[in-house]
Design a protein around this ligand. Structure first.
Ligand code: ADP
Ligand code: ASP
Ligand code: MG
Length: 442
């Protein structure tokens, strides 16, 4: 049985951290470790930028050369990648000059940003070998990961799981695998969505029916709120899969929202640990909810939400309105985060919709409804087992916000029994999170 480790961008950024990683892996060699890596922190953004700005390539190159020197590795290790990337970017800029549309395609962007993970995997494999651990870097596709062709937000194809298992079982060394990226059936490079190397790690953990999935970051686990905004946030030692899923879906930018789905199906515990403080206990995400406590546990905040209010007096005593509405959202590929209804109104809250799709949706919906669109909202999500049944907690939340004169646009409770979602104007988001964290958790 294998154990899957994922090291994030910040964990990969210094020679000191690379040494810590080799010590962590060194202790688990008898458990067949498989390592998934992200690009060095900031590199994916720089790669995206390099599609527009020629200077970014040099910054990316220097960042990696600096790490190679710091980690006492051969400075020529990434020469092939630098050259391939440079040639690709030169071609992009030439096309841009010729004002060709190709230069903007998502397919091309996925190809360019894939270099971040490809270089990071090579560096970590080299460091492990230097420390006496036999390791080899792999692109995920060489170990069986095939995705659909949804560039920028691809999903693994089912056939990947058995292939990954088959390929990894034959290896005699520690594989260091690129997170975030894959290839489709035509051999084109795809990515799994920003922050997607957590998701890659869960794909490998699922394929291998791993004993555990350890996700190493720059925080000692999942906290009751983002520690950057709430310095008093508390670490949660045990949390149920469904609670963690709600939190990551509603904006806790610590885990990619899709990370939990696959391990849950095989009861694989997911741990979040800190590369900077490897002795800290971290958070364990369990399938068995009996191990976790009841009550409000954590708060997350998702920004840039858009509210769509639909009004039609004809809704009363009629049917088919909702079917029409969902058809429009399906056709325009807009996913609905929150929905509430009343006699003649439906309010829908969506996450960063593509402006063209939103415009199309409004046009179609206007055939049946009077449509009002409100941008710049935040969704505050309070999560905990038993929350929906606990009238005291929910009334405290509403009372506290009303005392502070924070208006609420939409409230949703009860769908999952463990979350209450409040949609507020963006300017109140952080303040409301701080106040509620103090009242419910601190
Ligand atoms: P990685 O690059 O390793 O994937 P991320 O930057 O994606 O790491 O995630 C770690 C960051 O998530 C932390 O630095 C922290 O600021 C942020 N974060 C947001 N919400 C939470 C939360 N509830 N608990 C812990 N960290 C959080
Ligand atoms: N490097 C990718 C990103 O920045 C994937 C990840 O970090 O998980 O989105
Ligand atoms: Mg991340």
């Amino acid at each position: 049985m294998a154990i899957v480790f994922k090291f994030g961008g910040t964990s990969m950024g210094s020679a000191e951290n690379l040494k810590t990683i080799s010590q962590i892996i060194g202790k688990k060699l008898n458990q067949k470790p498989v390592i998934i890596v992200s690009a060095i922190a900031g590199v994916t953004d720089l790669l995206l930028d390099s599609l527009k700005n020629k200077q970014s390539f040099e910054i990316i190159k220097q960042k990696h050369l600096h790490l190679l020197t710091e980690a006492k590795l051969d400075s020529n290790l990434l020469n092939a990648e630098f050259q391939e990337l440079k040639e690709l970017l030169d071609a992009v800029h030439a096309l841009r000059k010729a004002q060709s549309k190709v230069a903007d395609s998502e397919k091309l962007a996925d190809n360019v940003i894939s270099f971040g993970e490809r270089m990071a995997a090579k560096i970590l494999a080299e460091v492990l070998n230097q420390k006496g651990i036999s390791a080899k870097s792999f692109c995920s596709w060489d170990l069986g990961l095939t995705t659909d062709s949804n560039f920028g937000n691809a999903k693994p194809l089912k056939e990947s799981f058995s292939k990954i298992k088959q390929k990894i079982s034959k290896l005699k060394i520690v594989p260091v695998v690129t997170g975030f990226i894959g290839k489709d059936r035509h051999g084109e490079i795809t990515t799994l969505g920003r922050g997607g190397s957590d998701y890659s790690a869960s794909i490998f953990a699922y394929a291998l029916t791993a004993s555990a999935l350890e996700i190493w970051k720059d925080v000692s686990g999942l906290y009751s709120a983002d520690p950057r905004f709430i310095p008093n946030a508390k670490k949660i030692e045990n949390i149920a899969f469904d609670e963690a899923a709600e939190l990551s879906y509603f904006g806790a930018k610590v885990l990619h929202p899709k990370t939990i789905i696959l391990p849950l199906q095989k009861n694989i515990p997911v741990k979040i640990l800190n590369t900077f403080r490897p002795k800290d206990k971290g958070t364990t995400i369990f399938a068995n909810s009996k191990k976790v406590s009841q009550g409000a546990k954590a708060i997350s905040l998702k920004k840039n939400m858009t509210l769509i209010d639909l009004h039609s007096p004809e809704m009363i005593d009629q049917h088919g309105f909702m079917a029409f509405l969902f058809e429009v959202f399906r056709d325009e590929k807009i996913s609905v985060d929150v929905i509430t209804t009343s006699t003649a109104n439906v309010t829908v809250v969506v996450d960063k919709p593509n402006p063209v799709n939103l415009q199309n949706a409004v046009k179609k919906l206007s055939k049946l409804f009077t449509v009002t669109v409100k941008p710049s909202l935040s969704a505050l999500c309070i999560v905990g087992k038993g929350l929906a049944e606990n009238g005291k907690v929910t009334s405290t939340i509403l009372k506290t916000l009303s005392e502070k004169r924070i208006p609420i646009e939409v409230v949703s409770i009860g769908a999952s029994k463990l979350n209450m979602t409040l949609v507020l104007q963006e300017k109140y988001g952080i303040k409301a999170m701080q106040i509620l964290h103090k009242k419910l958790i601190e």
